[in-house]
Design a protein around this ligand. Structure first.
Ligand code: NAD
Ligand code: DAU
Length: 378
């Protein structure tokens, strides 16, 4: 079946990988990338596909209901993959209102536009899909306990032989009660609830997925991995929040995009799927891997950049551990990560070092001033 799909936030980190995958893999589909181009949106993430005949970019704000409705009608849209959001936890601590506006009201405007348009059609919701991309952060935080005896279900998983893939026996399941702690995760939780309410109240065919931390090319350099790679290159301090003991579950971004493809086509309506790598790392350990990899690729002696590690005031309300159980997705739809972590991190570091111009365009000028002031205030 041919689809006309709006992908929101397609100029951002994950969205650009999803747009690329769909445009290349489905030449019969029309992919309409709707993005406001905030500080995080960057059309340079999509130069390789921007001239493809099945791709259209529209600069628009998801909060603009009339505009969203107009686009749905103009392109006869039957699918929405919704990634547009304010996505950085530190920014949400400083400016929660922008997060409520985009993540909650923006999602609501998009849902309402889809409702009005799809309900106006003779076939109504038949063959339609509203797929909302959410985060593991809505589930709250887990403790660090002894993970002895837990095996990874994946053949291609995180771990090298000397690395644990889990830091506890408890994981987030699709049934785990929501318990968000930051304004970012609270806004994502609210948007998830709105999406489900449109299924339960109006019968809209919705799907929600909750994914763990993504890493890979094109991530905005306010996030841990690209920020640290760039700071090492420029011999700037590496600000480790608190003791660096917090644990995150890292998934290569292309594997998230592959999961989104599978779920968009084969996922069950009204279901939730967790997506994660079974690839948990303490921040300080992943930071050491990054330093080692960057130093090796730059030809520096081992340990050369260790001195850049700088412990700073912890993030307010910093969640200790996230850990996604994605066995439902594996069992029902056969998805698994394709990359071993060592391979993924090597590819990622290489990409940032090879694409310094992409990085410099973002980090020079106004953004540099913003970044400096953000860290001065901590
Ligand atoms: P990002 O910040 O890199 O990109 C967000 C994109 O949304 C940008 O292109 C931005 O211009 C656009 N946008 C923001 N406000 C908009 C608006 N009002 N109208 C239209 N476009 C707007 O984010 P990301 O890291 O790629 O995350 C994408 C989605 O995935 C988000 O919903 C996020 O909550 C979710 N998610 C992210 C991760 C992660 O590790 N990055 C993990 C799980 C879930
Ligand atoms: O878990 C999924 C979430 O992952 C997504 O929903 C968010 O959109 C995405 O930003 C990410 O959130 P995190 O807060 O986990 O990512 P971040 O890269 O900001 O931080 C990763 C960890 O590193 C976190 O424990 C905080 C820490 N950190 C981060 C930065 C930027 C530092 O110690 N120093 C830093 O400078």
């Amino acid at each position: 079946m041919k689809h006309n799909i709006i992908i929101t936030g397609g100029a951002g980190f994950i969205g650009s990988h999803v747009v690329r995958l769909f445009v290349n893999k489905y030449p019969d589909y029309h992919i309409i990338n709707v993005d406001k181009l905030t500080y995080a949106g960057n059309l340079a993430n999509l130069t390789d596909i921007e001239n493809k005949p099945n791709y259209t970019f529209v600069k628009a704000d998801i909060c603009d209901l009339d505009k969203m409705l107009g686009l749905m009608k103009e392109y006869n849209v039957d699918g929405i993959i919704h990634l547009a959001a304010e996505s950085h936890v530190d920014r949400s601590i400083k400016d929660p209102f922008t997060f409520a506006k985009t993540n909650v009201m923006g999602t609501l405007a998009l849902l309402q536009a889809a409702k009005i348009y799809w309900e106006s059609l003779p076939e109504k919701y038949e063959g339609k899909r509203f797929y909302h991309i959410s985060t593991d952060e809505v589930y709250g935080a887990l403790e660090l306990t002894d993970p002895e005896g837990i095996e990874s279900p994946f053949t291609t998983t995180a771990s090298s032989s000397e690395h644990h893939y889990a830091y506890g026996k408890e994981f987030f399941l699709e049934t785990t009660k929501y318990d968000p702690h930051s304004p970012y995760s609270a806004s994502k939780a609210a948007s998830d609830h709105f999406v489900r309410s449109y299924h339960d109240t109006y019968g809209m065919p919705t799907i929600v997925t909750n994914c763990s931390n993504n890493y890979g090319p094109y991530q905005f350099p306010e996030k841990l991995i690209p920020l640290f790679i760039n700071n090492i290159r420029h011999r700037k301090p590496l600000p480790v929040y608190g003791k660096g003991e917090n644990v995150r579950d890292w998934l290569y971004v292309v594997d998230h995009a592959r999961a989104i493809d599978t779920i968009f086509h084969e996922g069950k309506i009204a279901e939730t799927y967790n997506i994660g790598g079974f690839n948990e790392w303490k921040n300080i350990d992943i930071i050491k891997v990054i330093i080692k990899t960057v130093d090796r690729l730059l030809g520096n002696p081992e340990g050369y950049s260790d001195e850049l590690i700088t412990y700073v005031t912890d993030r307010a309300g910093h969640d200790l551990r996230y850990a996604i159980d994605s066995r439902k997705l594996q069992a029902e739809l056969g998805w698994e990560p394709s990359l071993q972590f060592e391979e993924g991190i090597e590819k990622t570091v290489r990409w940032y070092l090879d694409n310094q111009e992409w990085m410099d365009t973002i980090t020079s000028g106004e953004y540099e001033k913003y970044y400096e002031s953000m860290y001065k205030d901590r």
